[in-house]
Design a protein around this ligand. Structure first.
Ligand code: EPU
Length: 342
């Protein structure tokens, strides 16, 4: 899977099936069943850490693509469409709502799963419907946004119904001739007047933080933010302030809670930009503490060892457990890892 993930680590999959049309999804599942193997659905591999031993099953890569303009700012987009190509396409046509999500790697079908968000927008704000294969009911379903259970970096697809649905198409409702969303201070400060200017500004900001995956840049071998920003109760923030001697950047969250910057917590727990453990190829980006980077030849075990040392340091200093953001594949032995499969 080294070639299929942006982190560029991980062992092989026993089988890889790439969909070319929606109908390939149930067919691929049938193949996995016939082999008595587990399956795993992936998009662009930009939020994925595969173990060094790989995955003893069928990886179904959702690769069918295409944008259908339904009029009035509604777009039906196939799961395998590269996300940033959709953003560029929409911005060119003055369709607003996803311009702040410029420069994010991965595919459209993966965006509802973790409710991709950045610079003041989340896909949940513009998704009207998700069309997916329901592996429990063995049928196609169309789920309205209200049925997707969206919250910060979460949805029913990565929470209670993880592994149940394979997303084939997403319908977005964008705002025709809309203006850019300028709620994130770092973006608003640049005063972009048009969607195109907002897109350009976001790309520039992301490039500055090495969060733009560009071929040839060592720091692009990452999976974006490796940790989520933790959501905590206000009294814990007071404790953190007392321990650190200054206030962490916080953002509103639901239920009276606050999100705090995981990067800030890490920097005050001894992990700084550019940190490299004494051995191995994994390290921290020199531009953003949340991005773990494969500086060359890193193994999944090295990435995980670094991540775990970072979690332990923050937990010890502030009593907060950082949650890993990328999906991990092949780390837990599954029933089919033995001689059942294949
Ligand atoms: N900060 C540090 N050290 C750093 C970087 C940031 O202390 O190395 C502190 C700064 O005080 C800064 C604050 O953290 O003001 C916030 O930093 P930033 O604006 O970069 O945002 P973030 O909370 O670290 C989140 C998302 C990113 C998204 C940006 C912009 C998560 C886990 N990450 O990062 O998403 O691009 O906001 O909206 O929510 C991703 O999920 O893969 C991702 C890149």
């Amino acid at each position: 899977m080294v070639e299929r993930t942006t982190l560029r680590v991980g062992g092989p999959a026993r089988w890889l099936i790439e969909t070319q049309a929606e109908g390939d999804i149930p067919a691929a599942l049938q193949f996995a069943r016939a082999q008595d193997c587990p399956w795993f659905a992936m998009g662009g591999g930009s939020n994925l850490l595969v173990s060094d031993t790989g995955f003893a099953g069928v990886v179904i890569r959702l690769a069918h693509s295409g944008i259908i303009d339904l009029g009035g700012g509604r777009l039906a987009v196939a799961a395998g469409e590269p996300w940033d190509r959709l953003v560029a396409w929409s911005v060119e046509r003055s369709l607003a709502g996803i311009e702040c999500l410029s420069g994010i790697p991965g595919t459209v079908g993966a965006t509802p799963v973790q409710n991709v968000g950045a610079y003041g927008q989340e896909v949940a704000q513009t998704i009207e419907q998700v069309r997916a294969w329901d592996t429990v009911a063995a049928q196609w379903v169309e789920l309205g946004a209200g049925e997707c259970g969206f919250s910060y970096r979460a949805s029913r697809f990565n929470q209670q119904d993880r592994g149940r649905f394979l997303i084939s198409q997403v319908i977005f409702q964008l705002r025709p001739d809309g203006s850019p969303t300028l709620v994130y201070p770092e973006l608003a400060d640049r005063k972009p007047a048009t969607l195109a200017e907002a897109r350009a500004a976001v790309i520039e900001i992301r490039r500055g933080k090495a969060m733009l995956l560009e071929a040839g840049r060592a720091e692009s071998r990452s999976a974006g933010s490796f940790f989520k920003n933790p959501t905590v109760a206000p009294d814990l923030i007071a404790t953190i302030m007392a321990a650190a001697g200054s206030a962490p950047p916080t953002y509103p969250a639901t239920g009276g809670l606050r999100k705090i910057s995981a990067a800030w917590l890490l920097e005050r727990s001894g992990f700084n930009k550019g940190y490299r453990p004494p051995t191995g190829g994994a390290g921290i980006s020199s531009h953003h503490v949340l991005a773990l980077v494969n500086y060359g030849g890193a193994t999944a075990a090295e990435v995980m060892a670094l991540a775990e040392s970072m979690q332990a340091a923050v937990e010890q200093r502030f009593g907060v457990r950082l949650e890993i953001e990328p999906v991990r594949l092949g780390f837990e032995p599954s029933a089919a890892d033995g001689d059942l499969c294949g």
